[in-house]
Design a protein around this ligand. Sequence first.
Ligand SMILES: C[S@@+](CC[C@H](N)C(=O)[O-])C[C@H]1O[C@@H](n2cnc3c(N)ncnc32)[C@H](O)[C@@H]1O
Length: 392
Amino acid sequence: MIKNSKYWFLLGREPKISAAEITAVLKLSDSTSTMLSENILTTKAEVEPKLINRLGGTIKIGIEIGTKIRREILIETIVTELLAIDGKINFGISDYSEKLSSHIESLVKQIKLTLKNSGRSVRYVRTDKDGKISSATVYHNNLTTKGREFLIAKDGGGFSVAKTLAVQPFEALGRRDFGRPGRDDKSGMLPPKLAMILINLSQASTNDVILDPFCGSGTILTEAMLMGYQNLIGTDISEKAISDTKQNLEWVNKISDFRFQISDLRIECCEINDLDKLLPKQSVDTIVTEPYLGKPLSGRESQSELEIQSRELGKLYVCAFQKFANVLKKNTAIIFIIPRFLSYGKWLTINCSTEIEKFGFKVIPLQTKEPYLLYGRPGQRVMREIWKFRKV
Ligand SMILES: C[S@@+](CC[C@H](N)C(=O)[O-])C[C@H]1O[C@@H](n2cnc3c(N)ncnc32)[C@H](O)[C@@H]1O
């Protein structure tokens, strides 16, 4: 960590959600962070590169080495940085500035020529078609250790440039996503990255008691465990879900060298209406959950079928919050997913936040325009709204 440095966060597929996650983790405000572009957040807050392992939505972390500079100074800055490397120089450039893309080849040529004229041996690592180097390529070419990756973005009339310090642990994330033994593709499983984001949005501290009352295969619990949370409770109506969760917790514990005491965790079958019979009053600090999202859609559902399902889900969620009010301590956070469904070209939303507020909860806006964050790919029939509530 270098004091007074400016750090860059390259945001993932859902930049607004990734930015909200970083803002929550680093407790940033509008005055301590800036969006350099739609997918780059910068901050002068203190940042350790290993923070990348705790963030679900950040692809790369970099440190700024040149601010609002012209092309000639950009070349000079990159060359100076590369000349400090011992031995053969491996480098790559990821271009986040449309302005530069057509000139990138001549820029690289000039950098290589200058280095060769200084008697250095150079290898340029090519980008993908989108003009960027993937995290895997950065990792396999040692571009954060022996070599360098430079990130370039348009900034005012010039360019700003950063060097990459860390990339997302894509192999470990992929292994957790596709390798977990307890699976339920019918009920749906959260991607581990999204589970990490939800936990981070809750701003729970590591000694908090975290509950997932619709734990399914346990993705939120396994990710929380890996993030250092040890007081975890998982409940679900389904015996299979409970068995999957236990199996996945054991598996994650095994691949992380048995760091945790799984026997201390409470994973039990429980219908949401019985939650306050199972757990003592005011015994939970944080709830992070993706509840039942309704039947998987075929696309052939009529408008009225979807409306009925939405009403039923709305009732289930309000009931759940009624139970949360009993088991949660005061002034605690809930991260809760509410689905929306595509029906004949329009989004059918479940408007239950006003009802929920009647049980002593307050919506904590996660962004300025809408209180929730929207997660989903174009073309999907179901999108997830991520909501944050506080028990007042
Ligand atoms: C969308 S899944 C959760 C998936 C989970 N986030 C994961 O990544 O594996 C919703 C879960 O809610 C459970 N569920 C449905 N109705 C419930 C109820 N009334 N009470 C408790 N759990 C319920 C289902 O069994 C299912 O496992």
